[in-house]
Design a protein around this ligand. Sequence first.
Ligand code: SF4
Ligand code: SF4
Length: 334
Amino acid sequence: MPVPLRQSIRVGTYLARQRMARREKFPLIVELEPLFQCNLACSGCGKIQHPEHELRRRMPVEQALGAIEECGAPMVSIAGGEPLIHPEIDVIASELVKRRKFVYLCTNALLMERKLELFEPSPYFAWAVHIDGLRERHDASVEREGVFDKAVAAIRAAQDRGFRVTTNTTFFTHDTPQTVQQVLDFLNDELKVDQMMISPAYAYEKAPDQEHFLGVQQTRALFREAFADGRRKRWRLNHTPLFLDFLEGKADFECTAWGIPSYSLFGWQRPCYLMADGYATSYRELIETTDWDRYGRGRDPRCDNCMAHCGYEPTAVLATTRSVRQSLRAMVAR
Ligand code: SF4
Ligand code: SF4
């Protein structure tokens, strides 16, 4: 099942309203981090290196809802840390669904099967399961044996209960075009998940493993070859054709960091989910007080190897909506 029609219409209407109001900056999807603690410790992760007292904190439900309401984004990706550790994560998700927000609950799936009964299938709710490769590759990436099998079992259990299930796969220098194809073929054809998200890993300064992040040229070469034999059209990728063009080097554009802002226990993170140059107390303050022109490739060295979807998918979405040809392409092809 691709993006449900209801979601495409809602997001399309939201974008049209922003354009009619001549609003220059607005959020498409919020990365909500209601905690930083995780039950894994992947060495490519830059999210879990906080002191113990910060890792123990949990965002109150009202705070999470207040932030999402204030910014007005139509979609919310709940991340972390591991969101299923949060004791009220089901309440946060169901309250957002009640407010007709499209919710993606990102998880490493270790707790997913056990907690499925806390959630209700809904066109507004989807799981987004972290799967970095097939069994050996994924377990190496998350540094624990058995995680791949648990994730696959949890995905099947969720599908049996009627949930929409998507996946999120991050690629590093250990990946080859063949490993990209193998994992996406498996998710698309065997597990038959609804949609798949892909991203080159961002080189977090705090991540213990600094050796395996892809550079721009490596990313382009990897995806150009992985996409080469027509698979890109067949895979149910949850990205615009323009973003996929960007990954394989057929298009280049600037980062739109304000399009997918990040809200955590510290507030609205400046400028994006990946870098923390301070925090604002509201989305409005974030927009008005951030010097957005300082960021992006060629402007900030920390951005030089970034091709992450949180910066570039909003650019691709906005370019798509401004072009009849790209809009048609997004509807019918990849
Ligand atoms: S599962 Fe996700 S949040 Fe947890 S350590 Fe791994 S990358 Fe970080
Ligand atoms: S390029 Fe954009 S999304 Fe990537 S790190 Fe820089 S500001 Fe963030």
